[in-house]
Design a protein around this ligand. Structure first.
Ligand SMILES: Cc1ncc(C[n+]2csc(CCOP(=O)(O)OP(=O)(O)O)c2C)c(N)n1
Ligand code: SF4
Ligand SMILES: [Mg+2]
Length: 253
């Protein structure tokens, strides 16, 4: 982590507990850089996370007020905190399992209500912490510990889901698209209304290992090959887009 971001880290919390090569560390740096460049003070922020590896990004690491709450419920706790103190910038940082599987109901209703919360979903397309089980965002045919023959269930497109539910800022980038990812988080930080940033990230230990991605670098390469910008996608046929993931800012109103 670059030296100028260390001021945002609680003493004695580094190194992180993330496995070597885990994409969550890259996302953690991107979030702190976005905060740094937005000149928001940590004393004006509250970070809320649920349970999972991603949920460890803010807690215990961020030198700020943090709430590390029950699995699937960070949006509910965050909504309560925001209603109690509307001046707080409340940021939820959690995983695909936490926010979109067990916590899916809270996600769609916060989007529907357009509550002013910043939600960062660290989507590694698997339940990392508990041993690599299939999640609601695992791509079709991917091998997980609970789908050894390949996933048969179609994944959620989280951006389309929250857009349909009413979110007023929606963006997706992978951790390999670091500059646009930071920019999207900065925009979300100044947005009035419910903002959702999906950060596609990597779990080399479970997803990568089970899907023949031999190293953390191969996993990032895999994300890079799948991600395509909205503009580039316009030039491709439906067939060419079949295995691609659209990235960009989809909604900003
Ligand atoms: C009520 C409840 N159900 C299940 C669990 C077990 N559990 C803990 S974390 C987790 C999934 C985490 O996945 P995700 O949110 O995607 O985070 P990741 O570890 O992948 O970053 C599960 C199922 C739990 N702690 N509580
Ligand atoms: S299990 Fe996966 S998501 Fe969790 S820290 Fe390790 S690499 Fe990261
Ligand atoms: Mg996950």
């Amino acid at each position: 982590m670059s030296q100028n971001l260390l001021k945002y880290i609680r003493p004695n919390t580094l190194p992180t507990p993330f496995c070597p090569g885990c994409g969550h560390g890259i996302l953690m740096g991107a979030i702190l850089r976005a905060i740094d460049e937005s000149s928001i003070e940590m004393k004006d922020m509250l970070f809320v996370s649920g349970i999972g590896c991603a949920a460890w990004i803010p807690s215990p690491h961020f030198a700020a007020d943090t709430m590390h709450v029950t699995h699937g419920r960070p949006i509910a706790f965050a909504t309560g905190a925001k209603l109690f103190n509307p001046k707080l910038k409340v940021m939820i940082i959690s995983g695909d399992g936490d926010l979109a599987s067990i916590g899916g109901n809270h996600l769609i209703h916060a989007a529907r209500r357009n509550v002013e919360l910043i939600t960062i979903c660290a989507n590694n397309e698997i339940y990392g912490m508990t041993g690599g089980q299939v999640s609601s965002t695992t791509p079709l045919a991917s091998v997980t510990s609970t789908t050894p023959q390949g996933n048969l269930e179609p994944p959620f497109d989280l951006c389309k889901l929250v857009e349909a539910a009413g979110a007023s800022f929606v963006a997706r980038y992978s951790v390999i698209q670091i500059m646009p990812l930071i920019k999207a988080i900065k925009k979300a930080l100044s947005h009035q209304g419910f903002s959702f940033v999906e950060a596609l990230t990597s779990c080399p230990v479970h997803y990568g290992r089970l899907n023949q991605l031999k190293s953390p670098f191969d996993h990032l390469q895999y994300l890079k090959e799948r991600c395509i910008s909205i503009d580039k996608a316009k030039k491709l046929t439906k067939d060419e887009l079949k295995d691609k993931v659209l990235t960009g800012i989809f909604i900003d109103k």
